[in-house]
Every structure is written in C-alpha cells, then in structure tokens.
Design a protein around this ligand. Structure first.
Ligand code: PEP
Ligand code: MN
Length: 368
C-alpha cells in the first residue's frame, strides 16, 4: 500500500481512497462490491462495517465476527488491505485475530473518553494502524483528546477522518461539515493525514460530488466513500451509498488543484496579493482598536454626564451614512449590515462595562 501522508494529492496527483459498503451484509455482497472496486484502480483500502453502531435498536446491527472472514477473503482476492470499525477491546481482538490491522474508530466512539481510553489500552503494542473519525458533536477538544489518548499509548495514527457533526434540525446535510473544525485540526496536527467522508456528511447521493470536491479544494489528503453493489437495497445507509460505477465517475470528475497551481510565476503574483491582504488586515485591526479606544472615551463621558448609551437617532444616522458609503465602495449590503452591527454591538458592550462595572464582575463570575 502506498504511504498515506499530508499533501498526498499534490504528491500523487490523486486522492488516497478508502471505499466499500457501509456494512458487510453477505459474503457475496462484500466480495462482488470489492472486486468491482478493485477494477476501478482508484481504491487504496477496502472498508466495511462489521459491528454497526446504529442509532435505533431493531435495525441491522452488523453481521459480527463472521464478516471478518469475508473481509480477509476480499482482501486476498483484490490484493487490497481492509479496514473495519472497532469500538471496544473485543472488536480489536477479533479484527487482529483475522489479520485486519487497519482499524477505524467511529464518531459515536470518539465522543466517549472512557471508550477511547479502553481502545488506546487495547491497541498498545499491537502494531495496528488506526484512523480516528471526528466525534459526533462539533468539539475539536474531544477529537484532539481521542488522538492524544492513542498517541500516549504509542499507537500509530494513520489518518483522521472528517465525517461531519450532528446538528438538530439540519436538513441539507445528515451531518454538518463545519469545515473550520478539520481545518483547525490541520493547524494543530500538521503531520496527520486528513481524509473526508462525504457519505456520512451528505446522507444522500446528490451532494457527494460537491462535498468531495470541497475536501479536495481544502487540501484534504483523500476520501472514505461508501460503495455498495446495490445501494437501494443496502441494509444500512441506503440513501448515501453509490454503485462502483458511480464511485468511479465521482473520483474521475474531481478537479485536483495544486497548492502552487500549475504556474510558478502566477503563484508569485498570488503571493504578492496575499502580502497586500496581510498588510491591509493589520491596518483594519489597528483602526478598529483605535475606534474602540474612542468608544471608551465616549463611555467615560456618558458616565460623567449621565447620558444614555444607546441613542436610536444616532444609530440610524450611522447605518444610513455608512451603508451609502460602503455600497459606493462596492461592498455588498449583507456584508455591510453584518460588519456594522458587529462594530455597534462591541461598542455598546464596551460602554455598558464602563457605565455598569458591577455587571462586568457578574459576567466574569458566570464565565468562571
Ligand atoms: C461508518 O463509517 O459506517 C460509520 C458508522 O460512520 P460514523 O462513525 O462516521 O457514523
Ligand atoms: Mn454508514
């Protein structure tokens, strides 16, 4: 297997790909899907769930240990390594006994520090490679904690997998991508390869291409995608699985961009623009700080002369004037609204704290 590392796409001109059904259902289903996937030559590792952490009881909970033999067989027939999800010591022991030493930890396990510690202890010294999906809730800290427990046990983390975050009432995605979390993780753990799982983010087939593309645009190193020989009749996650042919198309259609583009000279121009932006941002922040300094002075004045903080007539005037100016400078009305409101809110906060310092102490007590 080719080594999965950061900047994989740039180095290999393709994403690192893990593909296979949500769950192993029958020997036939698994082998047929695996053989079709191997034929595409676009897969690095085969996946299938053996124990499924399903949300509701009464649904298919995974085929169990028997499926590990089918995974071994699929691996032998295709020459591709296999990976399964593990959630406890017994899963780890069974997988390793069947020669499956690439394991992934699912979102519903990463979220639980007790489970993560149990897994880290069970994996210690086994030589298994592990991939860690993000926790089900949008917590960078829990994800990081799971990674650290494994690192402390000396376990090799092969990759982390971004599969989106649970969000009540969200209808576009099954799991909100909240891209800033994996991006922050890339900054905190610059050497850890990052895969994207568009299947569990989307929950349906229609958005897969655009989410996978976005992951490529954000320099993810690869993808984990659910593929089934007969998606509509899958025993779990039927809506989001695709056929091996659709998978082949999806990966072929991805546009891969290089960090430096295709032309070094053009990249230097881009860098020049970025330097200008850096300088402008610095100026914007200094100006904002200066503005807030004056707001503080006004606050002190209002306190001395007992003037009310918020004066609707003044606020209306500010909004109208600034919007006119902003629009004449080609800034969009929505953006102007947001930025003016943020500046105004902060100004009021600052003055409130000057006029009512007790409130500030209370706020601090609540925060502590
Ligand atoms: C899976 O990959 O089949 C799975 C259960 O994913 P997640 O842990 O992301 O829900
Ligand atoms: Mn699934």
């Amino acid at each position: 297997m080719v080594k999965l590392e950061r900047k994989f796409v740039e180095k290999h001109n393709r994403p690192f790909v893990i593909a296979g059904p949500c769950a192993a259902e029958t020997e036939d289903q698994l082998i047929e899907t695996a053989l079709s996937l191997a034929k595409t030559s676009k897969v690095d590792i085969l996946r299938a769930g053996i124990w499924k952490p399903r949300t509701r009881p009464g649904t298919f909970q995974g085929i169990g240990e028997e499926g590990l033999k089918w995974m071994q067989e699929a691996s032998k027939l295709t020459g591709l390594p296999a990976t399964v999800e593990v959630a406890n010591t017994q899963h780890i022991e069974s997988a390793l006994k069947h020669g499956i030493d690439i394991l992934w930890i699912g979102a519903k396990t990463t979220v639980n520090p007790f489970s993560m510690q149990e897994i880290a202890d069970a994996l210690k010294g086994t030589g298994a490679k592990v991939m860690v999906k993000n926790p089900i809730n949008p917590s960078l800290a829990l994800w990081l904690g799971a990674i650290e427990r494994l690192e402390n046990a000396g376990v090799e983390i092969m990759a982390i997998i971004h599969r989106g975050f649970s969000d009540y009432g969200n209808k576009t995605f099954r799991n909100n991508p909240t891209w800033q979390i994996p991006i922050e993780m890339m900054l905190l753990k610059p050497d850890l390869p990052v895969l994207n799982d568009p299947s569990h983010i989307c929950g349906n087939r229609h958005l897969l291409q655009s989410v996978a593309q976005k992951a490529m645009d954000l320099n993810f190193d690869g993808l984990m995608i659910e593929v089934h020989r007969d998606p509509d009749n899958a025993w779990s996650d039927a809506n989001q699985q695709i056929t091996p042919e659709q998978f082949d198309m999806l990966v072929s259609k991805l546009v891969l961009r290089k960090e430096k583009g295709t032309d070094e000279k053009a990249f230097e121009e881009l860098e020049q623009n970025r330097r200008e932006i850096d300088a402008l941002d610095e100026e914007v922040l200094r100006l904002l700080a200066k503005r807030m300094e004056i707001v503080r002075e006004i606050g002190k004045h209002k306190k001395k002369y007992n003037t009310s903080i918020f004066q609707i007539s003044r606020w209306k005037k500010i909004i109208t004037q600034r919007k006119e100016l902003g629009e004449s400078l080609n800034l969009s009305p929505i953006f102007l609204n947001r930025i003016l409101k943020a500046i105004h809110d902060e100004s009021i906060n600052i003055q409130e704290n000057i006029l009512n310092p007790v409130k500030l102490i209370l706020k601090l007590m609540i925060l502590i």
